[in-house]
Ligand binder design. Structure first.
Ligand SMILES: *[C@@H]1O[C@H](CO)[C@@H](O)[C@H](O)[C@H]1NC(C)=O
Ligand SMILES: *[C@@H]1O[C@H](CO)[C@@H](O)[C@H](O)[C@H]1NC(C)=O
Ligand SMILES: *[C@@H]1O[C@H](CO)[C@@H](O)[C@H](O)[C@H]1NC(C)=O
Ligand SMILES: *[C@@H]1O[C@H](CO)[C@@H](O)[C@H](O)[C@H]1NC(C)=O
Ligand SMILES: *[C@@H]1O[C@H](CO)[C@@H](O)[C@H](O)[C@H]1NC(C)=O
Ligand SMILES: *[C@@H]1O[C@H](CO)[C@@H](O)[C@H](O)[C@H]1NC(C)=O
Ligand SMILES: *[C@@H]1O[C@H](CO)[C@@H](O)[C@H](O)[C@H]1NC(C)=O
Ligand SMILES: [Fe+2]
Length: 431
């Protein structure tokens, strides 16, 4: 009986494929900070182009309506698969409030989500989850992060490059699936990003199209503030994929120096003393393999091959950047305060009390299909702690003097395997 109908089923299936379907249903909803922490940008995708891009939102109910724009994104190399990506900004939000929202249009709405705005900036002690290299497969940290975000533990997420493995795979379907996986996180707290090497395809087009970071560089480099911290996101990839333009290296470098100059003006640094930078490929690491950080002259640290222009480590030192967070290596490693392979511990008993150089941490073990990155046997003199457990980092900036980070092991069911306080009463240049 069944076999008799099989040809019809096959024909119906075929007809369905050819005719396609219409969907104005929002999916892949995610948030980012806009120009400041009282502005949130909502981003989502639809298969078909809805006639509007709307967010209905408010404190306690959907009282307000904000309008934005959509752009067509063709995610596949052969140009057959497309989606519309919608962006709507919610400016001038009230501090310390729980907002509810949904997004879409009168042709289709998302579920309801919520987010909480920052309290008074001057007394805020923001807490973040930070990690890199989280994929669609083997996403070990994902359920932990989903759980903790839903319980209200974090004010923002930093994903330090390498998404989905890879967002462009299967004509962008892997990217779509990944964006759905992170929706229970990213629809509730700002999900701030930087590009990694896995985003390289088609000139980082999936990265640039899918995220909505502040600034005007399509999310390749930008900065934002949270209470006592100035965060800077950079693309280490501009140094490695020079085929997309040397001008990206120079543009980023000029932008970064300008941003650091502004952030370190006394009137700004007094209010916001912590400067935390993040980028994908580390300047130092003690992993095995031929990867760039195991070689002396890494591009981001001392500059481009041979000419050594536009190296970033000198800027970190000159402008007194407090903490630099990297990923790429699928492991966790915390270094002693370090500049140009010279350990410059801080005062008193504690190496991190008024350290004499930036502190580097690598946290790229969130979980992806490329497994974990092993370490060389010997612990270098500049490395303080390392682990190959899957996991992610938490950071809390208590106030102008105290910053705390800890690393969570997913293998050990959420145990804190490393923690450190960075204590500073004077944030100035180390030069
Ligand atoms: C909706 O999108 C699908 C898939 O891209 C496409 O095949 C179909 O023609 C679109 N329909 C309309 C009405 O735009
Ligand atoms: C969009 O379409 C919906 C449903 O057809 C309609 O109610 C609404 O007025 C349209 N909006 C605009 C701006 O055309
Ligand atoms: C487009 O490329 C994807 C990925 O390579 C492939 O799976 C798909 O069959 C291609 N589609 C067409 C129409 O060529
Ligand atoms: C790659 O994208 C960047 C950012 O949009 C752009 O400035 C650059 O010119 C592009 N490079 C190439 C080779 O298309
Ligand atoms: C830095 O501090 C650590 C921990 O106390 C110590 O093991 C290391 O030798 C110190 N390095 C220098 C250069 O003082
Ligand atoms: C900053 O936070 C730390 C840790 O909670 C606390 O010990 C310290 O007293 C605080 N400093 C000020 C000035 O509030
Ligand atoms: C902070 O450090 C700078 C440079 O080392 C020094 O000139 C200044 O006196 C220090 N300020 C305080 C309050 O310790
Ligand atoms: Fe990477």
């Amino acid at each position: 009986m069944l076999t008799m109908f099989l040809p019809f089923v096959v024909i119906l299936g075929y007809v369905h494929l050819v005719w396609g379907y219409v969907s104005y249903q929002p999916e892949q909803v995610h948030l980012a900070f806009g120009g400041n922490s009282y502005e949130i940008v909502v981003t989502w995708s639809t298969t078909n182009q809805s006639n509007e891009s709307l967010v209905e939102y408010g404190i306690g109910g959907l009282i307000k309506r904000a309008t934005g724009k959509s752009t067509l994104f063709v995610s596949s190399e052969n140009g057959t698969r497309s989606q519309y990506i919608h962006r709507v900004s919610l400016p001038q939000l009230t501090s310390g409030s729980k907002y509810v929202y949904h997004c879409g249009s009168d042709q289709g709405w998302s579920d309801m989500f919520w987010f909480i705005t920052s309290p008074d900036e001057s007394t805020w002690s923001p807490q973040l989850a930070i990690f890199g290299d989280l994929g669609n497969e083997n996403a070990k940290s994902l359920p932990h992060l989903q759980e903790e975000v839903q319980r209200g533990m974090y004010d923002a997420i930093l994903h330090v490059g390498d998404f989905a493995y890879d967002m462009d795979s299967e004509s962008g379907r892997v990217g779509d699936e990944f964006m759905k996986q992170i929706q229970p996180i990213a629809a509730y707290v700002p999900y701030m990003t930087c590009p990694g090497n896995h985003e390289e395809a088609y000139n980082f087009s999936n990265y640039r199209a899918r995220f909505s970071m502040p600034g005007s560089s399509e999310g390749l480099w930008y900065s934002f503030d949270m209470g006592p911290v100035h965060f800077i996101s950079v693309s280490t990839e501009v140094y490695y994929f020079l085929e997309y333009g040397l001008k990206l290296v120079t543009k980023q470098y000029e932008w970064l120096e300008k941003d650091l100059k502004e952030a370190t003006k006394p009137e700004n640094r007094d209010v916001r003393p912590w400067i935390v930078m993040f980028g994908h490929r580390p300047m130092y690491c003690s992993n095995t393999g031929d990867d760039d950080c195991t070689h002396y002259g890494t591009y981001t640290r001392v500059g481009l091959p041979f000419v050594h222009w536009f190296g970033l480590e000198k800027l970190l030192n000159d402008y007194g950047v407090d903490l630099v967070i990297w990923a790429h290596e699928h492991s966790y490693e915390r270094l002693w305060p370090l500049f140009n392979y010279e350990v410059r511990n801080g005062s008193y008993e504690e190496p991190y009390h008024n350290p004499g150089a930036p502190v580097h941490i690598i946290s790229g073990s969130a979980g992806c299909k490329e497994d974990i990155s092993p370490f060389i046997q010997e612990l270098p003199y500049w490395s303080a702690f390392r682990s190959t457990d899957y996991g992610y980092m938490r950071m809390r900036i208590f106030n102008k003097t105290h910053l705390y980070v800890e690393q969570i092991s997913v293998d050990k069911e959420g145990e804190v395997i490393d923690h450190v306080w960075i204590v500073k009463n004077n944030h100035t240049s180390y030069a």
